[in-house]
Design a protein around this ligand. Structure first.
Ligand code: CP3
Length: 343
């Protein structure tokens, strides 16, 4: 029998001498081979919806660095598009979507079970990857968390403070909650299909969880993550789930237990020593090197990498950045980080 993959062992709660490692946005613009394939596809969305090319860019960082996991190449905004929202990307600025400002906009969306035809190319990418990945590399599927996806659907773009989403939450809570519920159901069925196609782990990205406070954090970050996790585990017993309630701060404490997630991904606004004490005591954690070190490099990159490995060495840990690697990162710094972890 094949040895269980290192990433799966950490997710099962094993403390490893050398932690498994991968990076958020590991397939991305900092790599020349990614830029070449993206140019071949024409634009970012065509890359997402062309299975052979999406699989190719997923594999590029695995070939170059031998990460312990590959993450499906797609985007959290494909779900709104599958539900009927318009989506396009403005070069140098980011995503744009048609906006949901009230119940009429919500009524025009499709139902959660109707997303699959649109998303079929994503499932095909997963099938290709599960055939082509090296046997030691785990395949991670993913989706955006309902709150984070809703912030883009309501504002029609990324926002610094998620103001329009908070406004709808306050002024038309019924529409807001119906949107969260629709996204929760769509996410369950989307991730379930990714698992059926060959994803071995799924990750839920709640990039804007930090702007939800107190009871709103519980209702709109924690509860949807719990619903998604329990529905997936009921349908696919044993499937590991990584939750990423980014910038949750104290909200990281107890998040795994409360949602049933197997691992909590930690951003770089909290210290590794703090997270080891308060979050890792409940199980596996992922993180949390500041992505800026991939740009600046040098001794500090090595020092910080080793410090994080050491801080989390008493329990299950997946080494990662606290957020995605940026386009200005130096590919050589990634190798320096890997040598500091594995060497
Ligand atoms: O991590 C990976 O390598 C897997 C693929 C992946 C992408 N986006 C590819 C991508 C994943 C997991 C995401 C998640 C995602 N997308 C999030 C959550 C994580 C986070 O970063 O907070 C969010 C908020 C989005 C929405 C999104 N997609 C934005 C705001 C942007 C524009 C900003 C930017 O970085 O350009 C994207 C575009 C995007 N998604 C790119 C990539 C590689 C860059 C597109 C390009 O090639 O031009």
């Amino acid at each position: 029998m094949a040895q269980p993959k290192k990433l799966m062992r950490a997710l099962a709660g094993e403390t490893l001498d050398v932690p498994p490692v991968w990076m958020m946005r590991q397939a991305g613009r900092y790599l020349p081979e990614y830029r070449a394939t993206r140019a071949q596809a024409g634009d970012f969305l065509s890359l997402c919806y062309t299975p052979e090319l999406a699989a190719e860019v997923t594999l590029q960082p695995i070939r170059r660095y031998g990460f312990d996991a590959a993450i499906l190449f797609a985007d959290i905004l494909l779900i709104p598009q599958a539900l009927g929202a318009d989506l396009w990307f403005v070069t140098g600025e980011g995503p744009r979507l048609s906006t949901i400002t009230g119940s009429d906009g919500l009524a025009k969306l499709k139902s959660a079970e109707d997303v699959h035809e649109h998303l079929a190319p994503v499932y095909e990418t997963v099938r290709i990857l599960s055939r082509e990945l090296p046997s030691e590399t785990a395949l991670i599927g993913f989706a955006g968390a309902p709150w984070t996806v809703a912030t883009y659907m309501i504002a029609g773009r990324g926002t610094p403070d998620q103001g329009p989403a908070h406004k709808l939450r306050e002024e038309d809570n019924a529409t807001f909650e119906a949107l969260i519920d629709l996204l929760t159901e769509a996410t369950i069925t989307y991730l379930s299909k990714q698992i059926e196609a060959g994803a071995e782990v799924v990750k839920i990205f709640d990039s804007w969880a930090g702007s939800l406070k107190e009871d709103d954090f519980r209702k709109y970050a924690l509860e949807p993550a719990k619903k998604i996790t329990s529905a997936l585990k009921a349908k696919h017993p044993g499937i590991p789930v990584i939750a990423f309630p980014r910038e949750a701060g104290d909200g990281y404490i107890g998040f795994a237990k409360a949602t049933g997630a197997d691992c909590v991904a930690i951003d770089n606004s909290v210290s590794a020593v703090w997270a080891a004490e308060h979050v890792q005591k409940d199980g596996c954690v992922q993180g949390n090197l500041d992505p800026k070190h991939m740009v600046t490099g040098g001794q500090e990159l090595i020092y910080e990498t080793r410090r994080i490995v050491k801080a989390f060495s008493g329990g299950p840990h997946i080494f990662n950045l606290g957020h995605g690697i940026t386009p200005d990162a130096d590919p050589e710094n990634v190798q320096i980080m890997l040598d500091a972890i594995r060497g």
